[in-house]
Write a protein that binds this ligand. Structure first.
Ligand code: 8YV
Length: 329
C-alpha cells in the first residue's frame, strides 16, 4: 500500500505527478477556516505532509497520530515547533541550498533600491514629475565601498557577502554564533558583536532564521545604535525586528531607510504606516520567488519526502534525532 500524503500547497504538474506516483495523495489548496476540519480528518491517516506557508500547530499534530515526516517547501521552518516535532518522532525536512543565490539577489535588490532611492525615483518618472535635472534633494547613497553588516552568516549570509565584497568592494562584518571560516577567508569578513555591527555598518542586513531566540531581536535600542545614515535590510523573517520600533525609527530619522521583503504580518496590511514612508522599499516576500528557484524548491521538497518516508533522512532533515523519540499514540 502506498503511504498517505497530504499536499497543502499548489505545486507544478510534473512534481504533482511524482507525488501521485509514490503516494496516495490528498490535496488542500492551503489550510483555512473552511477546509480546516477536512484537513484535520485527513491528518488522522497521513504518513506525510508537504506544503508551505501555513502554521502546523499542536492541534494538527495531535490529530496526526501516524505522521512520520513533514516536508516544507521552504528553507525556513518557523511554521513548525521543532521540539514538538522531535518529541513526537516526526521528521521535519526543508529545502536549503536551492534558494540561496536567488534570495541573496533579492537582498541585494533591496540594498540597491533603498540606497539609490530607485523605487521612489521610478515612481516620480512615471508620474510625469521629472521636469528638470535632479538636484541634491533626490540624491541617494553609495553602496560601493561601504560596510555591510550581516546578521546570520549561513548560506544566504555568505552569498550576500560574496556580492558585497566581490561585486561592490564592500567591507563585510558579521554577527553569528560561530565563525564562518569560508566568509573570512574568501571575503575578509570580520566577526563582531552585535553593538559593533550596528554602530559600524552602513547596511545592516538581517538574514537570521526566525526562532524563539531571534524573535524581536532588533528593537528600539538596537535601531538607535545604528548610524543615522544607515539602512536596515530584512531578508529572512519580519518578526525578527519589532516593526513598530522600526516605523518610529524611520519616521523620526533615526536611520535613513529600510528595505523589507518580509513583515511581522503577511500580507502586509494596507493600513501599515510603512507603506506611506518614501524611505521604505517593501516587497511582497519574493526572496526565492523566481520560476527556476521555486521549481527547484518543490523538486527538493518532493525528493525529501520520498526519501524520509523511505527511511532516508541523510539530506535536509532538521531533526534527525526524531527517530529516537518514543512515538506518542
Ligand atoms: C518561501 C521562504 O516564500 O524558504 C523560505 O523560508 O521564506 C520562501 O522561500 C516560503 O516559505 C513559501 O514557499
Amino acid at each position: 500500500m502506498k503511504p498517505n500524503v497530504i499536499l497543502y500547497k499548489k505545486i507544478p504538474d510534473d512534481q504533482l505527478a511524482r507525488l501521485q506516483s509514490h503516494f496516495n495523495l490528498t490535496f488542500f489548496d492551503g489550510i483555512n477556516d473552511t477546509n480546516q476540519a477536512d484537513f484535520i480528518s485527513a491528518l488522522k491517516e497521513a504518513d506525510g505532509i508537504i506544503g508551505a506557508s501555513c502554521p502546523i500547530t499542536t492541534r494538527y499534530l495531535d490529530a496526526a497520530k501516524k505522521l512520520k515526516a513533514a516536508s516544507t517547501i521552504s528553507v525556513g521552518v518557523d511554521q513548525f515547533s521543532i521540539p514538538e516535532m522531535t518529541e513526537r518522532g516526526i521528521y521535519l525536512m526543508h529545502t536549503p541550498g536551492v534558494l540561496t543565490e536567488t534570495t541573496a539577489d533579492t537582498i541585494f535588490t533591496l540594498i540597491l533600491t533603498t540606497a539609490r532611492r530607485a523605487v521612489e525615483m521610478a515612481e516620480m518618472v512615471k508620474a510625469g514629475q521629472w521636469t528638470k535635472s535632479i538636484g541634491p534633494e533626490f540624491y541617494g547613497s553609495d553602496v560601493n565601498g561601504k560596510t555591510i553588516g550581516i546578521l546570520g552568516m549561513g548560506r544566504i549570509g555568505y552569498a550576500v557577502a560574496k556580492r558585497a565584497a566581490a561585486g561592490f568592494g564592500m567591507s563585510v562584518i558579521y554577527y553569528n554564533d560561530s565563525v564562518n571560516e569560508m566568509a573570512e577567508r574568501d571575503f575578509n569578513a570580520r566577526r563582531c558583536d552585535l553593538d559593533t555591527l550596528l554602530s559600524d555598518a552602513d547596511f545592516v542586513c538581517v538574514v537570521l532564521p526566525l526562532s524563539p531566540e531571534t524573535e524581536k531581536f532588533i528593537g528600539k535600542e538596537q535601531l538607535h545604535k545604528m548610524k543615522r545614515s544607515a539602512f536596515l535590510i530584512i531578508g529572512s523573517r519580519g518578526k525578527i525586528v519589532d516593526e513598530q520600533s522600526l516605523i518610529d525609527a524611520l519616521q523620526e530619522g533615526v536611520i535613513r531607510g529600510a528595505g523589507l521583503d518580509v513583515f511581522e504580518k503577511e500580507p502586509l496590511p494596507v493600513t501599515s504606516p510603512l507603506l506611506s514612508l518614501p524611505n521604505v522599499v517593501a516587497l511582497p516576500h519574493i526572496g526565492s520567488a523566481t520560476h527556476e528557484t521555486r521549481h527547484a524548491m518543490v523538486v527538493c521538497a518532493v525528493d525529501n519526502l520520498i526519501a524520509a518516508l523511505d527511511g532516508d533522512i541523510s539530506q535536509n532533515c532538521i531533526n534527525p534525532t526524531a527517530g529516537c523519540a518514543a512515538r506518542k499514540v
